[in-house]
Design a protein around this ligand. Structure first.
Ligand SMILES: *[C@@H]1O[C@H](CO)[C@@H](O)[C@H](O)[C@H]1NC(C)=O
Ligand SMILES: *[C@@H]1O[C@H](CO)[C@@H](O)[C@H](O)[C@H]1NC(C)=O
Ligand SMILES: *[C@@H]1O[C@H](CO)[C@@H](O)[C@H](O)[C@H]1NC(C)=O
Length: 389
């Protein structure tokens, strides 16, 4: 007969083996419906400026990703057509990430083109694979085509929020606001500086919707009052925080906004000085919900980055706020044969104080074309802080 001690010892071994097996199982091959469960990979948080005082954002507008290799390019030269597919979009995204080495990538909608895929999840995984493999934090909002497949807008935002290195969010938990994917992200000051724990640049993401019918007329979506109300409160919250952290009055941290569908006032830019090209009519909603007025009133948004009209790639200024198109990025989206696909880069730079980095001093932007030289064009300053000394 075994002694109690041996029995206990045997139990302990069995127990440990059991725990180990469970841990092993959880970590390596937990299966759900025959698919391994994927644990989301997170970027290093919070987002913050680099030691050299810079923070670079890549804007990717209108990837229009379909099913991958079998999805053909639209509007390329006849000579380019035979070997052109969604994989060219994938390659361009990889190249842009390698070349510009951004700290963050913002996808401003029509990330996937619903009608060209029979599986939205698969299309999303393929479309975003270059950024997920790069490990660069990113976030996406929806356009008007993303939901035209097997997922609703709500499901898409939920899925996007679970993807590797994604900082995309569904709506703020406690508020009942229109749309899916209204959220804000903060970028902290340089490591070791006195602003290391303060948001010095705020990024606002808004859902501009898809399509709506107004008094029997079909039109594009727009940003609703509930969303603008939320935007005001978030902006005020940030401005209050920064004020509390300092003893003397400080300028509010600048903010950038991202949404898909242009606001109606972007049409006025046809008659104004712009940087870049106005190549097609602005396809916006017939409803003007007062987005520009709100942005002017909250004061911190210095520039807005939009998509939707692939052939427009300009920045123009409306009442002191820049509105910049990303320019069509994806090869399955419409474009113009012979006109290279393009992406926009946004660079924020901190000011240098006596011995420390200060808040954001300058925001610049440029575009890169997917041509043989990856040409850098239309570089411009969007905003500079007023000198304090
Ligand atoms: C698309 O990619 C293929 C394969 O890499 C390449 O041969 C072709 O030139 C690309 N087309 C365009 C329009 O960039
Ligand atoms: C920022 O927070 C970290 C961790 O809480 C702390 O060690 C550091 O001193 C803080 N820096 C500033 C400038 O407040
Ligand atoms: C690329 O650069 C070369 C050398 O500067 C130039 O000859 C060529 O025209 C450029 N191509 C494009 C598409 O800009």
């Amino acid at each position: 007969m075994e002694s109690n001690r041996t029995v206990n010892w045997k139990h302990s071994i069995l127990y440990l083996a059991f725990i180990y097996a469970i841990l092993y199982f959880l970590h390596t091959n937990l299966l759900l419906d025959g698919h391994p469960i994927h644990i989301k990979k997170w970027p290093h948080l919070p987002l913050r400026f680099r030691h050299d005082g810079t923070f670079k954002i890549l804007q990717v507008a209108d990837m229009h990703f379909g099913a991958g290799l079998i999805t053909r390019c639209r509007d390329v030269l006849p000579s380019q057509f035979p070997y052109c597919s969604d994989l060219n979009t994938t390659r361009f995204l990889k190249t842009m990430i390698q070349l510009e080495n951004p700290d963050f990538v913002a996808f401003t909608g029509d990330n996937i083109f619903g009608p060209s895929t029979s599986d939205a999840a698969e299309s999303l995984l393929k479309a975003f694979s270059p950024v997920m493999e790069s490990g660069v934090p990113w976030a996406a909002i929806l356009g008007n085509h993303d939901q035209e497949s097997t997922m609703t807008r709500q499901e898409l935002m939920y899925f996007l929020s679970l993807m590797d290195y994604s900082l995309s969010l569904t709506n703020p938990p406690s508020e009942d606001i229109d749309g899916f994917g209204n959220y804000d992200l903060s970028v902290y000051g340089a490591p070791g500086s006195h602003l290391a724990n303060t948001s010095v640049l705020n990024l606002f993401f808004l859902d501009s919707g898809d399509r709506e019918t107004v008094e029997g007329v079909r039109t594009y979506g727009w940003i609703k009052e509930s969303q603008l109300h939320w935007l005001c409160s978030v902006s005020q919250g940030h401005q209050g925080q920064n004020q509390a952290a300092e003893t003397r009055p400080v300028d509010p941290a600048p903010a950038l906004a991202f949404f898909h569908i242009p606001i109606p006032e972007v049409r006025h830019l046809y008659y104004q000085k712009i940087v870049g090209q106005f190549r097609e009519g602005v396809a916006c909603s017939m409803v003007n919900s007062g987005v520009l007025n709100t942005l002017v009133s909250i004061k911190d948004v210095k520039a807005v980055f939009i998509g939707h009209d692939h052939n427009n790639d300009f920045c123009g200024n409306l009442e002191g706020i820049w509105f910049c198109y990303g320019g069509g990025f994806g090869y399955h989206g419409y474009g113009r044969a012979g006109l290279p696909r393009r992406g926009r880069v946004i660079l924020a730079e901190l000011g240098k104080g006596d011995k420390d980095w200060t808040g954001v001093e300058r925001i610049t932007t440029w575009k890169r074309l997917d041509d043989e030289n990856l040409s850098k064009i239309d570089e411009q300053v969007l905003w500079e802080s007023l000198p304090t000394r």
